[in-house]
Design a protein around this ligand. Sequence first.
Ligand SMILES: NC(=O)c1ccc[n+]([C@@H]2O[C@H](COP(=O)([O-])OP(=O)(O)OC[C@H]3O[C@@H](n4cnc5c(N)ncnc54)[C@H](O)[C@@H]3O)[C@@H](O)[C@H]2O)c1
Length: 309
Amino acid sequence: MKFVVTGGAGFIGSHLAKSLINEGHTVTIIDNLNTGKIENLKEILSQVDFVNGDIRDIELLKNKLKDADGVFHEAALASVQESFSKIKEYNDVNVGGTENILKLAKEFGFKIVYASSSSIYGNPAKIPIEEDDPKNPINPYAQTKLDDESLAIKYAHMGVRVIGLRYFNVFGERQSKTYAGVIKKFVKKVRNNEPPIINGDGKQTRDFVYVGDVVQANILAMKSNVDHGFFNIGTNSTITVLELANLIIDAFGLSLKPVHGPELPGDVKITKADISRTRKMLNWEPKTRIEEWLKSTIAAKTNLDLITD
Ligand SMILES: NC(=O)c1ccc[n+]([C@@H]2O[C@H](COP(=O)([O-])OP(=O)(O)OC[C@H]3O[C@@H](n4cnc5c(N)ncnc54)[C@H](O)[C@@H]3O)[C@@H](O)[C@H]2O)c1
């Protein structure tokens, strides 16, 4: 089949594009290399149609999306901290760009599976978080992701097939600074025998989900006969930031003590996904746990640059 991956030179998009190629599909990637890198595609570059382009450019999108069977929409500006100072740009890319793709899906009939975010829940009223729980974005980035969901609902009412996957904190090889940045920062420090610096008390919990599992969720969602809906993509388990720091220190066989700095504004305190709906409707199950992945990656040493670069 013919698929387009927006943001395909980024962390999640590049893993997704590789899996689609491995499954024998034809893949076009649209990415303006804002945070994405060509080197993320080095294993598949000769097998994909790579377009250095912007999702705000509707004519370019039209040209590339008109004969697609499906679009995996990963492109976005995704830094919570940066979103406070670039509200308009975040809105133009994340909301305007997504609406462009929805408009074209209405015109051409392809299915969309796109990256929503657990950040739309803000600080949740209860744990674990179910999809119908209240949405309370606490930063401009999260607001753009919630606005995308309103647009997705609007276009679904017009017959567009669109599924939003609410990723929790995605980790893995080539992870981006945004969500699993804490892993990156800690490993960087600890491998240099320096103590990791925790923002706040370290009691904030995170539900880390492996990028390979996220890729599977995307592919299952695209192939499923579910036309529309929103699904949590997490693991239903959590680790505190302090536990994470200590796990990394232990995995390196060191006895450092984490240092505490000030809390970050806009930082969510607790997250944990209820994934019953995703399990049931998409037949999806996360397979890789952060603890084991970190221990084996740190022990193997070979992949460490893929975590910290
Ligand atoms: N990584 C996570 O834990 C996480 C969690 C929740 C949601 N998400 C969402 O998942 C998606 C992928 O995130 P990621 O972690 O791979 O981040 P990433 O920054 O690695 O990937 C985003 C990609 O989009 C591209 N891009 C940005 N603006 C663009 C534009 N105007 N036109 C074309 N391409 C553009 C970037 O160059 C980059 O390659 C994003 O939509 C993000 O909001 C990620």
